[in-house]
Each structure stands twice: as C-alpha cells, then as structure tokens.
Design a protein around this ligand. Structure first.
Ligand code: HPA
Length: 280
C-alpha cells in the first residue's frame, strides 16, 4: 500500500472525530506535552485509535493527537512521538508528521529535549533550531518516491523556515524569553553520547544533540510545509556535564521550563497561523 493511501486513511479517521481544519501543527517532545492541555474546545484522540499511527513506549510521551484552538488559531498538537530507538523505521517515525501535513497545516513546529554542547548554553535554555545535521545515516525518504507527497530530491537549504524563525525571535524578545540559537544533530540513541562523541560534535559545529525531530522536519519539507524548531536544553551534554546523564534529569528540566516554554508557544503559534505554505 502506498504511504499516500495510509495517510489518507488516518486523515479520514481524524476528520470523523473533529471537523476543525488546523493551520499549525506542533510536535511536543519529552516532558513538553502539557502544552496541548491549554488548547480550547479541544478534541483528543489516542494514537491507538488512529489507524497506522505508531505508538510510543517512552515514559513522558502520552500519545494523543489534540486538536483545538489558541485564540482564533486552529492547532493540531502531537502529545508524544515515537523514536527510531524504539525499533521504528524513519518512515514510521515520520508518518504522524505526514498526517499533520495532510490535514492541511501550513507550518509545523517541532520541539524536543536536547543536550547542550555550545559553551554558552545552560540547562533550561530554549534554543531556536536554525539548521540540523543528520548523523544517523537514515532518511525517511528512502525508497520509491511518491510524487503525490513531494519531489524525489527536496531542497533542504531552508529546512527551518527563515520567516518562521524571524517571528519566533521577535515573539521571544517581546515576551522577554531568552532564546538561544543553533544547529541540532540527530543521533539514533538510546544510549547518550560519550564525551569523545560530544567533542567530535562540537568540532563539526553542533550546538545541541538529540534523538528526534529530524525525520519529521525532512518529511514536512518534502510536503512543502514550513518548519520551525525549538529545543529545550534539558542537560549539558556528556563530558560537559559534571554528573551522569539520565532521563530523570531531562524530565525534571523540561518540567522546570514548562511555564516559559508554554508561554512562548501560546504567542508564537497564533502569530504564524496566517503564514501560507511555501511556494514550490
Ligand atoms: N543527548 C541526546 N539526547 C538528549 C540529550 C542528550 O544529552 N538530552 C535530551 N535528549
């Protein structure tokens, strides 16, 4: 079966439950899912109720699609995502993002928890992702291209949309929310990096490292949907941090910055709701 048909079946199941036409999609990373609770007039659908949707096994990833409004802006939020380290292929990991795009969003906001490498970062910082490096040697577009979804060789020179990034910088400045900026590297995990790996990442110009986000960014670009990215720097990376890395630290930091992060999203998402898709 073509991916296009699988997507359409999932879209039909979503539309049966909710007629709202979302303009902005957001993927909420580790410990950041609470934001979806702030949507108004919302409909929440468990991933288990959606045909073809992969289901996460990680604690802190609730696994619901939440559709609702923020002011006047119609939003679809993914509360939790799956990762390649759970055993899913990059195509499976990226499938939910394809469904959001097929629901008609113009912009996708991708968020994650990440380890900070840049020397000026501290735990609890938010970072605008201005570019990424894919270090997994895997790509969700591997295999026959489906022209109904996008072109064989999509351009990635503005993978994180400059217009959305400008709006994000301005929104953060207006709210006095400090916003770092940098390049995100995608590694498969699930083991955290070694100090030697972090030194290598620093040498090649990486600011933050994590185990998600890039597959969804690639398929959104494939489908002509703009992407904005925000990392929550939940810990300093291995060898920079003085303590061993743990999922508990990641979750604790995400909890600590939740208010600031939610506030930023509550203003940023309505601000981009009118931005159209990119011209192809
Ligand atoms: N490394 C990889 N992924 C992560 C980290 C990290 O230090 N922190 C949160 N996600």
């Amino acid at each position: 079966m073509k991916t296009y048909d699988l997507i359409q079946a999932t879209v039909a199941a979503v539309r049966e439950r909710c007629s709202l036409q979302p303009k902005v999609g957001i993927i909420l990373g580790s410990g950041l899912g609470a934001f979806a609770d702030s949507l108004q007039d919302k409909v929440a659908i468990s991933y288990g109720e959606l045909p073809n949707f992969p289901i996460s096994s990680v604690a802190g990833h609730a696994g619901r699609l939440v559709i609702g409004t923020l002011g006047d802006a119609p939003i679809v939020a993914m509360q939790g995502r799956v990762h390649m380290y759970e055993g899913y292929t990059p195509q499976e990991v990226a499938f939910p993002a394809r469904v959001l795009c097929a629901l008609g969003i113009n912009s996708l906001v991708v968020t994650n928890a990440a380890g900070g490498i840049n020397g000026s970062f501290k735990a609890g910082d938010l970072m605008l992702i201005n570019d990424h490096v894919n270090l997994t040697c895997r790509n969700p577009l591997t295999g026959p291209n489906e022209d109904a979804l996008g072109t064989r060789f999509p351009d990635m020179s503005t993978a994180y949309d400059p217009d959305l990034s400008d709006i994000l910088r301005k929104t953060a400045a207006r709210l006095s929310v400090p916003l770092q900026e940098g390049v995100y590297a995608w590694l498969t995990g699930p083991s955290y990096e070694t100090p030697a790996e972090i030194r290598m990442l620093k040498t090649i110009g990486i600011d933050a490292v994590g185990m998600s986000t890039v597959p969804e960014t690639i398929v959104a670009n494939h489908m002509g949907v703009r992407v904005a990215g925000i990392s929550c720097i939940t810990n300093l990376a291995a060898g920079i941090s003085k303590v061993p890395l743990s999922h508990e630290e990641v979750s604790e930091t995400a909890d600590r910055v939740r208010g600031c992060f939610t506030n930023l999203l509550a203003h940023f998402l309505p601000a981009i709701a009118q931005v159209p898709r990119r011209q192809r």
